[in-house]
Design a protein around this ligand. Structure first.
Ligand code: ADP
Ligand code: MG
Length: 498
C-alpha cells in the first residue's frame, strides 16, 4: 500500500463531563482514502470524540486540523461546510418536515431567491440525489414520518454524503439496520473511501470492523491506546486491546494464599433475568472479597441488582445464611445487605440532598422513635469522617462533591447501617488514585472483620489485586472461577471474557 496522505489530525483532544474524563488528551491521525474504525468498550469516549469533530459537542480542549486548517465546528451544518459529516446512531431526521427539507436542513439558502424559498427546486434536487443513490422509492416531497426508521437512515446517508464530505463519521449505525440497509451503508462508505476521503467508523461488531477497516484505533476509558493496521490483527487481539488494563498500583492487597473462609453469607441459586442473566449460581462467603468480572455487557451489573432483590423479572433464589430469601430491596436492607450501583448519580444518591441525609437514609428506622436533626448529623459526621470524605460539613449537598467523594458518601451510608454483606458495583469507577486507595483499604478491613464483600468491576487489575476469588462472566453466564493467585495475568483473565 502506498504511503497514505494525512487528511485530519486530532491534537490532544480533551473533554470532561463533571468528574467523568470522557476523552483524555487523544491525538490521532486520519488519512485520505481510509476507513478508520474507532473501537472501545461502552463509555470509552468514541462518540464524545466524534461529536466534538462534527459540531454536536463543543471541543473541551485540543485542536482538529483538516488539511492544514484548524476546524472547530459550531454545529453540524457548520461542520458540513467544512466538509465533515456524521450519521448518528439515533434518529437523525426531524418529524414535521419533508424528506427534502430534512436533507437540506440548515442549508436552505441555496434554494432561496429574493427571500422566497423555491420548494420545487429543493424537492427536485433531493429526488435526483435519492434516485442517484438507488433509493427512488423514497419520495422527496413526502413527510419524513411516512417512512420507517431504516428508510429515514437512508435519507440521512444521502444527506451526509451527497456533497462529498472529506470526513464522514458513522457512529454505530449498523446496529439499527437490516442486512439490506447495511449493504447500502457499506456501499456508500466504500464510495467515500474510494473517492479519496476518510470514513471514521464506530461499530461494536468485530466482524464488521474486520471487514470494513483499513486501520483501527482503540480507546479505553477516554484514553488513546493504539492504532493498528487491520492486516496486522485479528478480532481477539482487538478485544484484548479494548479491555486490557495494566497492574499499575501498589495500593492493592499484599497478602497471597490465605485460606478461604468457608461459611456462606449469601447463596445464589439458579438465578436468571431475561436477556441479562442465565442460570447463575454462586456462594459469597464471610471474610472474603469475591470479584465478578467480564465485558461491560456480560450481565455482571444486573447480577448485583439481582442479589439485592432489585431485579424485577428475576427467577431462582437468593438466600442468606439464616434462610432469609432476598426477593426485594427492603428485606435486603433489613438483613444487613448493602448495594452500590455502577450509576452512582442516578441510582445510589439523592444528589439534591445533603450528605447527612444520604448517609443516614437506610438507617433512619434504627435510630428509634425520636429522630432529631442533630442525631442524624452526628451519625453522618462519624461515618463521613471515617471515610475521610472531603466536605465542608454534612449539611453540604451531595451534588457539590467530586465523584470520589460521592462514592465515599455511598459507602459511608452502608458503614452507618453496619451492613455485613456488601454488593459493590464498580466501587472505584471514575475515582482518582488516592480515593481508590482509601476504598481498597476499607474493603480489606471489612474482609478482615469477617464481612462478605462482592465487587463487580470492569477493572481487571482491581479484581486481581483485591479479590480472593474471581468469577468471570461471559454472555450472561459464569464462564470461569479463578482463585487469588500471584501468578494470574490479565491476559489469562481476558481470555475467559471474550
Ligand atoms: P462511547 O461512545 O465510547 O460508548 P461516550 O463518548 O458516549 O462513550 O461516553 C464517554 C463517557 O462520557 C461515559 O462515561 C459517558 O457516561 C460520559 N458522557 C457522555 N456524554 C455525556 C454527557 N452529555 N454528560 C455526562 N456524561 C457523558
Ligand atoms: Mg457511542
Amino acid at each position: 500500500m502506498a504511503e497514505k496522505e494525512l487528511l485530519l489530525h486530532a491534537e490532544q483532544i480533551d473533554k470532561a463531563f463533571g468528574p467523568t474524563h470522557a476523552v483524555d488528551h487523544v491525538s490521532l491521525d486520519f488519512y485520505k482514502g481510509e476507513v478508520h474504525c474507532l473501537i472501545g468498550e461502552n463509555g470509552s469516549g468514541k462518540s464524545t470524540f466524534t461529536n466534538m469533530l462534527t459540531g454536536i459537542l463543543p471541543i473541551g480542549s485540543g485542536t482538529f486540523t483538516l488539511e492544514g486548517q484548524e476546524v472547530a465546528p459550531k454545529n453540524q451544518v457548520d461542520a458540513n461546510h467544512h466538509g465533515i459529516a456524521i450519521i448518528v446512531q439515533e434518529q437523525g431526521t426531524l418529524d414535521g418536515l419533508t424528506v427534502a427539507e430534512n436533507m437540506f436542513l440548515g442549508d436552505e439558502g441555496q434554494f432561496m431567491h429574493n427571500g422566497i424559498k423555491n420548494t420545487g427546486a429543493m424537492v427536485k434536487k433531493a429526488q435526483e440525489l435519492l434516485d442517484d443513490y438507488g433509493f427512488n422509492y423514497i419520495k422527496a416531497a413526502d413527510p419524513i414520518e411516512n417512512y420507517t426508521f431504516e428508510e429515514r437512515k437512508l435519507v440521512e446517508i444521502v444527506k451526509a454524503t451527497w456533497f462529498n464530505p472529506k470526513v464522514l463519521v458513522v457512529d454505530e449505525t449498523t446496529t439499527a439496520l437490516s442486512q439490506d440497509g447495511r449493504y447500502e451503508l457499506f456501499k456508500v462508505i466504500n464510495r467515500v473511501r474510494d473517492h479519496g476521503d476518510c470514513v471514521i467508523m464506530i461499530d461494536h461488531d468485530m466482524d464488521i470492523v474486520m471487514s470494513m477497516a483499513d486501520r483501527i484505533s482503540v480507546l479505553r476509558d477516554g484514553e488513546y491506546i493504539a492504532t493498528v493496521n487491520k492486516a496486522d490483527v485479528d478480532a481477539d487481539k482487538l478485544k484484548t486491546l479494548m479491555v486490557g488494563r495494566e497492574m499499575n498500583g501498589k495500593y492493592y492487597r499484599t497478602d497471597w494464599g490465605e485460606s478461604l473462609a468457608s461459611d456462606v453469607a449469601m447463596k445464589v441459586d439458579h438465578v436468571s433475568v431475561p436477556g441479562e442473566l442465565e442460570d447463575i449460581s454462586l456462594e459469597l462467603h464471610n471474610g472474603e472479597i469475591l470479584g465478578i468480572g467480564g465485558l461491560s455487557e456480560c450481565g455482571m451489573h444486573e447480577l448485583g441488582k439481582a442479589m439485592f432483590g432489585a431485579s424485577y423479572e428475576r427467577t431462582g433464589s437468593v438466600t442468606l445464611a439464616d434462610g432469609t430469601e432476598i426477593d426485594d430491596i427492603n428485606t435486603a436492607i433489613d438483613h444487613g445487605v448493602a448495594y452500590t450501583s455502577k450509576d452512582r448519580d442516578k441510582e445510589s444518591l439523592l444528589i439534591n440532598d445533603t450528605i447527612a441525609d444520604n448517609i443516614t437514609l437506610p438507617s433512619l428506622r434504627d435510630y428509634g422513635k425520636i429522630l432529631t436533626g442533630k442525631k442524624i448529623r452526628t451519625e453522618a459526621d462519624t461515618y463521613a469522617k471515617e471515610m475521610s470524605t472531603k466536605m465542608v460539613s454534612v449539611n453540604q449537598f451531595v451534588s457539590a462533591l467530586s465523584g470520589g467523594n460521592k462514592q465515599k458518601v455511598v459507602i459511608a451510608r452502608w458503614l452507618a447501617k453496619h451492613s455485613d454483606i456488601l454488593l459493590l458495583d464498580s466501587p472505584t469507577r471514575g475515582i482518582d488514585i488516592k480515593v481508590k486507595a482509601d476504598i481498597y483499604n476499607l474493603l480489606d478491613d471489612m474482609r478482615q472483620q469477617g464481612k462478605a464483600v462482592l465487587i463487580i468491576s470492569e477493572e481487571i487489575a482491581e479484581l486481581m489485586g483485591m479479590c480472593d476469588r474471581i468469577l468471570i462472566m461471559k454472555d450472561h453466564k459464569i464462564e470461569k472461577e479463578l482463585v487469588r493467585d500471584k501468578s494470574l495475568t490479565d491476559t489469562e483473565i481476558i481470555k475467559y471474557m471474550i
